[in-house]
Design a binder for this molecule. Structure first.
Ligand code: MN
Length: 407
């Protein structure tokens, strides 16, 4: 609990930045009636707790949920519609870093529907452009396609932005399953069928009924504005791009709602962006090799670098894992594959594998000129980059040379 009064202009962001391992509740916010909560889920362990699982069962539990999504039921009289406000200026939206293009909503789960592909939920940064206008960053994935399809028919795309949702919902929205897969049904499976949805009031979209705040609106056709700069997961400035505009049609909230502030580049951002993708990689690699664990490493911003531990049985398993991991996560720039005796969450052990089990002339695969992450400042403007896979597994025909000494 933070007793002092803090400002949404840098003040709260600075506190969140300086206390990344602690959940902070700001009871008093300069100029706003809403309370702010941040650093809600800022470690692997806190996410495991939120998903009612532990380190060992986590990957398999999520894999089961992904393969068995459960459509959430829709309820009436949802708590997220207990109160309403007139405009974005009434919400304590933060300005985070010097040089950011404006105030940004960073924890919003954006729900939309497409006549063919159904419901989609994904997380997008939203820059405040006015009392009832937001710029929305649409990376070329599902919501981008939904908007493009609506725009081609000259129509706006109705959306709802849910802020202050259960961690399972943010996790599912970050999972990036194939198009047509409803992320809210994944969240519901992760919550053992306990997720309830509510119909919005001004748009034909459903949101989690327990959301703290719901912003309803439509992404307009044919309109673009400059969005950015914005400090993203790498802690560096993402560039200004022309992005679509959301016209807000209504804002509702629970009684005494909390505004969830998610610090860009902070630990919580990395948990919700990186951890779902680790599981996605785990599931993909498992199709070709027996996999023990996957880590998107901290030094790689929990996004650009991965370590994958496998139970190696065939000579080419290391290479198979490299190809599969890069395919599962197109933003992966460097991936190191290690044996199952290496803890992928221990960077010293991963480097040890590289030092003692890897030969650059035969164990490296370079992928030149491929599409990577738009968040890597060293990639070109179209996110074209070079990738590298490092096979640091022991050669099966020389295992004796790699025995660890014991006393
Ligand atoms: Mn999707």
């Amino acid at each position: 609990m933070v007793e002092d009064r803090f400002s949404t202009d840098y003040g709260i962001a600075r506190e969140l930045y300086n206390n990344q391992d602690k959940t902070l509740v700001f009871e008093k916010v300069d100029g706003y009636d809403f309370r702010v909560i941040g650093n809600l889920c800022c470690s692997r362990d806190s996410l495991y707790r939120a998903l009612s699982t532990g380190k060992e069962e986590y990957n398999e539990k999520v894999a089961r949920a992904v393969e068995n999504p459960v459509t959430p039921r829709i309820v009436k009289n949802a708590r997220c519609f207990e109160g309403e406000v007139k405009g974005l200026h009434e919400l304590p939206i933060l300005r985070h870093f010097r040089g950011d293009g404006g105030k940004y909503i960073t924890s919003g789960v954006v729900v939309a529907k497409d006549p063919e592909h159904g419901r989609n939920a994904s997380v997008h940064r939203l820059m405040v452009m006015g009392e009832n206008r937001l710029a929305i960053r649409l990376v070329e994935r599902h919501l981008y396609e939904y908007h493009r399809r609506a725009e081609e028919g000259g129509e706006p795309l109705e959306i709802a932005i849910a802020i202050g949702v259960h961690p399972a919902v943010l996790y599912a929205a970050g999972y990036s399953p194939p198009r047509g897969y409803d992320e809210l049904s994944l969240a519901n499976a992760l919550l053992d069928g306990k997720l309830e949805l509510a119909r919005c009031r001004t748009v034909d979209v459903e949101v989690p009924a327990e959301s703290e705040i719901v912003i309803e609106g439509r992404i307009l056709p044919g309109e673009r504005v400059d969005e950015g700069p914005f400090v993203d997961i790498t802690g560096t400035y993402d560039i200004v791009r022309e992005q679509p505009v959301v016209e807000v049609t209504g804002i509702a909230h629970r009684r005494n709602a909390y505004y969830h502030a998610l610090l860009p580049g902070g630990r919580e951002h990395k948990v919700f962006m990186g951890l779902p993708i680790e599981n996605k990689i785990y599931r993909e690699v498992k199709k070709v090799v027996d996999v023990r664990n996957v880590c998107l490493t901290e030094g790689g911003c929990n996004w650009l670098h991965g370590a994958v531990a496998i139970f190696k049985k065939r000579a080419k398993d290391g290479r198979r894992a490299i190809h599969s991991a890069i395919e599962a996560h197109p933003s992966m720039k460097h991936v190191i594959v290690v044996d199952d005796d290496i803890d992928v969450f221990d960077p010293v052990r991963v480097e040890f594998a590289l030092a003692t089990r890897f030969q650059a002339t035969k164990d490296a695969i370079v992928f030149p000129g491929v599409k990577g992450s738009s968040l890597d400042p060293s990639a070109d403007k179209n996110a074209i980059t070079a990738k590298l896979g490092l096979d640091a597994t022991k050669p099966l025909d020389r295992l004796k040379d790699f025995e660890s000494a014991e006393i």
